[in-house]
Design a protein around this ligand. Structure first.
Ligand code: ME8
Length: 560
């Protein structure tokens, strides 16, 4: 009999796929980093995990953006898709797949899905052809009902236009013959699903918005565009006058990389990676993922993703950072300025699922100085302090622990040292459980705070116990006390290092390497006090200057 851990399919996590109408910004980077951190969290818990990201390349918005540049759409997409691929690489995103909706395997998956919708369903639940008129927003790539648009005036020109209430983007009136998906026929099934899975969306209050929409706003969905208006897209395989709506095309990307339409075709087959365990999205695309997507999957009797994580937006001067507004931060510059890990750290520390977040170099600078340099950097530096390092070592400290020298010692000094340890001890005992609880509910900011409370407490402990004085005393007993202090501090660093791996993969690895932690002991099961008693490095020979440089560069001085 095999254990559940070995038979479980890999954890499958996705980012949205990014529109290629313009270059990536910090909001996109945040999406990728959040997803990557949650993937790596699964991995250090011993679970195999797969991450899919990519680009969304069809539709009116891209068609127009390419035309504006005087380029062929495909050529335009090649250039811009590459920028997102490069961004993932430069931010150390461990994506297993990078999908493009212009990939042949994806087009195949969409055509297969489409033909099922059209021909594989009972009459009332399948597609029907009809005439459609309404307000279409190219920027948001969707129709809005009458009560979701209002008149507005372009300040520069005084021109009267209609705009979406939600996004303020311009809408245009269109009337056309298209295929419809009978979304309203899925209302009861959707509501039942939400009832039975109240935790499906994180954060929970988003479920109310979704439910409200389904109860009051649901309309059948026009899911093709006449080729005369939209040619850049996947054609309906048996109606060459129609192009498949970009959102239907885009949502199916999550299935493509799970093997749909190539390795499996229906829920009676082995579905490989499907269903996704978690789909990370921004709040502006909630409706597509929480209503349209489950309804489309229900239509084909495919399992729904197990969860949606909906994050808020990064703002610049109080407005959503957005390609169309032009108030964006170039993520490549940000990576260059702050280095990958500090930037990942900041995004995970300040990201939120309940309010929009402000992005500024001042905020990053102060998080860098306060947390990374003064807290973790300082502790790291102290444990291997240049002037005294040659006189103590984590290896000796861990050995002392293993032999039980301190534990079996009886003296007043021992009791005094032990007493100072009590408060740190509480943190050491609870940090991993507390951190795990936050990460399992995707709250990276709260998880990070748990670690930094531990590190702050450890710095306080070192200040209290003054190892630099203990080291001066030649008594063997004092040596044991010293090693006990170093060991407890090293334990805090080791545990923090293990837990920080998903957030700052490079820095955490550097830290664990310097502590001499074996690569096979860097999973969460080892992140408990005393769980590893075989690590540590020798006192470092070499000049003070050399050593100083080494430790200092863990978090080098802030760029100005
Ligand atoms: O919506 N802060 O693509 P997209 C945080 N192609 N996140 C932000 C943001 C900001 N300022 N601006 C955008 C699309 N995002 C579709 C998705 S999925 C099948 C198709 C997030 O490039 C946004 O919320 O406009 C979304 O989750 C993602 O970036 C992609 O946005």
């Amino acid at each position: 009999e095999s254990s559940p851990a070995t038979t479980a399919k890999p954890y499958y996590i996705t980012t949205p796929i990014f529109y290629v109408n313009a270059a990536p910004h910090i909001g996109h980077l945040y999406c990728m980093v959040l997803t990557d951190v949650l993937k790596r969290w699964q991995q250090i818990n011993g679970r195999e995990a797969v991450l899919c990201t990519g680009t969304d390349e069809h539709g009116m918005k891209i068609q127009r953006a390419a035309a504006k540049e005087g380029m062929q759409p495909k050529e335009f997409c090649d250039i811009n898709s590459n920028k997102f691929r490069e961004l993932a690489a430069s931010a150390n995103i461990s994506n297993d797949f990078f999908i493009r909706t212009t990939d042949n395997e994806h087009k195949e998956a969409v055509r297969h899905f489409w033909l099922q919708l059209k021909h594989g369903l009972p009459e009332k639940l399948g597609l029907y052809k009809g005439s459609h008129e309404g307000w279409y927003c190219v920027s948001d790539e969707c129709f809005y009902p009458e009560n979701m648009v209002h008149p507005s005036i372009v300040p520069q020109t005084g021109k009267k236009i209609m705009v979406s209430v939600e996004t303020d983007n311009e809408v245009e009136w269109v009337k056309e013959e298209t295929w419809f998906f009978p979304l309203t026929k899925y209302r009861e099934r959707l509501l039942k699903f939400y009832d039975e899975n109240p935790g499906w969306i994180t954060p929970a209050p988003r479920m109310n918005e979704v439910r409200n929409w389904v109860e009051n706003q649901l309309e059948d969905l026009s899911i093709t565009r006449p080729v005369s208006r939209l040619s850049w897209g996947i054609r309906d395989p048996d109606d060459s006058n129609q192009t498949i709506y970009v959102w239907v095309d885009a949502l199916i990307n999550y299935l493509t990389k799970a093997g749909y339409g190539a390795k499996w075709y229906s829920s009676s087959d082995d579905m490989g990676l499907w269903p996704a365990d978690l789909q990370v999205i921004g709040k502006d695309i909630l409706r597509f993922h929480a209503i349209y997507w489950p309804a489309l999957l229900m239509a084909l009797d495919l399992p729904l993703p197990k969860g949606l994580l909906c994050h808020n937006h990064w703002l610049m001067s109080n407005r959503k950072m957005s390609k169309s507004l032009g108030n964006v931060v170039n993520p490549f510059f940000a990576v260059q300025r702050w280095d990958v890990d500090p930037l990942r750290y900041f995004l995970m520390r300040n990201g939120s699922f309940s309010k929009d977040m402000s992005y500024s170099n001042d905020l990053i600078g102060s998080a860098y100085a306060k947390d990374l340099q003064a807290n973790i950097g300082n502790l790291f530096y102290r444990i291997a302090r240049p002037k005294v390092t040659a006189k103590w070592s984590t290896k000796e400290a861990v050995e002392t622990f293993r032999k039980g020298d301190f534990q079996s010692m009886e003296s007043d000094d021992r009791d005094a040292v032990d007493e100072r340890f009590s408060s740190l001890n509480i943190h050491l005992d609870m940090v991993t459980t507390a951190f795990s609880k936050e990460m399992d509910s995707y709250d990276t900011g709260a998880a990070i705070r748990e670690i930094f409370n531990l590190l702050r407490e450890t710095n306080r402990y070192i200040t209290d116990t003054e190892p630099w004085n203990l080291v001066k005393n030649p008594e063997p007993e004092s040596r044991v006390l010293l090693n006990w202090v170093i060991f407890n501090s090293a334990e805090a660093l080791r545990i923090a290092g293990i837990l920080l791996q998903p957030i700052m993969p490079t820095k955490a690895t550097e830290l664990l390497n310097e502590l001499g932690v074996r690569p096979d002991r860097r999973t969460v099961q080892y992140a408990y006090k005393g769980k590893d008693d075989e690590y540590g490095t020798e006192a470092k020979p070499g000049s003070d200057k050399e050593r100083m440089k080494k430790w200092d560069t863990i978090f080098p001085p802030t760029p100005s």
